[in-house]
Design a protein around this ligand. Sequence first.
Ligand code: F6P
Length: 356
Amino acid sequence: MRLGILTSGGDCPGLNAVIRGFCKYAFNNIDGVEIYGIEEGYLGLIEKRYRQIFPADVENILDLGGTILGSTRTPYKMMTLSENGERTWLQSMVENYKKLKLDGLIALGGAGTHKTASLLSVEGCNVIGLPKTIDNDIYGTDVTFGFNTAVQTAADAIKRIRTTADSHSRVFFVEVMGNKVGWLTLYAGIASGADGIFIPEISYDEARLADYLKKRKQSGCRSTIIAVAEGAISTREAAMGKKERKDYLASMGNASAAQRCATVAEYNTGIPCHATVLGHVQRGGEPCAYDKVLCTKIGAYGAQLAQSGKYGVTVAVRGLKLSYNSLTEIAGKTKYIPADSQIVSLAKSMGIFFGD
Ligand code: F6P
C-alpha cells in the first residue's frame, strides 16, 4: 500500500504528532506500506514534490512544533482556474496522485484544506482529512487538534497582560486569532479570567462598551481586560454595507479588531485604552499534553481508516471517541459558536461582558 500525507494551510501545534501517530500505526500494522510525505501542502502535489518517509523520520517529533513536511496556503478558489488553457491545479494534483501510484492521500488541514480534499475525492482520489486548526471551526467535530494548545498559549499571554494592566490601572483589548469564529477567544478569555470577550458571533455595542468601562473604573477595578477575536465587529460595523465598511476600515488605517476597539473606546470614554495583538505566537511551539494525546489518536485512527479502505471522509472527535464524517458533507461548512451556547450563557451569567 502506498500512502501520501501532507499538511496544508496555516500550521498549528501537533501536526508532527499526527504525522508520527499515522506513520507509527501504518508501519506497525500495514504490511509493506510505503509512506510519501508531500512537501509544502497541496503545492507539493501540484508540483510533484515529495519524499519517502521512513520509521526513523518520525522518531522524537511528538513534541516538535510546526510541520516536518512544510505547509502553504493554496486557495480553494484557485484550484479550478485555468490560464491560457493550462492544466488547473486540481488536474495537476489528480495527475500526480496517479503518477505516484498512491492508494490513499491523508490531508492534515483546516476548512480550506477539507474543501480541496473533497474536490480531490470527487475526482476519484482516495482522501482522508484530519481536522487541524487553532480556530476549531471545522464542521462536525467537537474539537480540532491544535486548538487546546493555542487556548493555553493565548490564555498565558492574557494573564501576563493582566499583571501589567493591574500595576498601571489600564484597559487592554487583547486580540486573539480564530479567523471568522470565536472559539479560541472564548476559551482563552475564560481560561485567563478576562473581564470581557468579544467574538464574531456576537457583535458588541460601542455605547455599552463605554458604559461598561466607566462603571468598572468607578467601582475601583484597577484593570480591565477584554479578549477580542480577530473577526469581532461592533453592531455599528455590522450594519454597514460592504463599501461603507471598507471605507470605514481604511479611515481607521485598517486597524485590527482590538485596535479599533481601543480607539473607539478611548474616544468615547476618555479612558486610555491599549491594544495587544497576540498574532502567530498562538500557532507556534510544542503541543500541550491534551493535544499530544489527541494528535496521536487522530494520526493512528487515520491510518486505520486507510488500512480498511475507508476514504472520502474526515476524522471527527465525538465526546471521547473518534469517528468520521463524509468530506462532501462537511466541506464548505463552518462550525460557529451556536446562539444557544451553554458556555456563553454561563459566562454571561457570571458577569463576563460580551458587549451585547
Ligand atoms: O487558520 C489559522 C489562522 O491562524 C487564523 O486564526 C488566522 O486568521 C490565519 O490562520 C492567519 O493566517 P496567516 O498565517 O496566513 O497569516
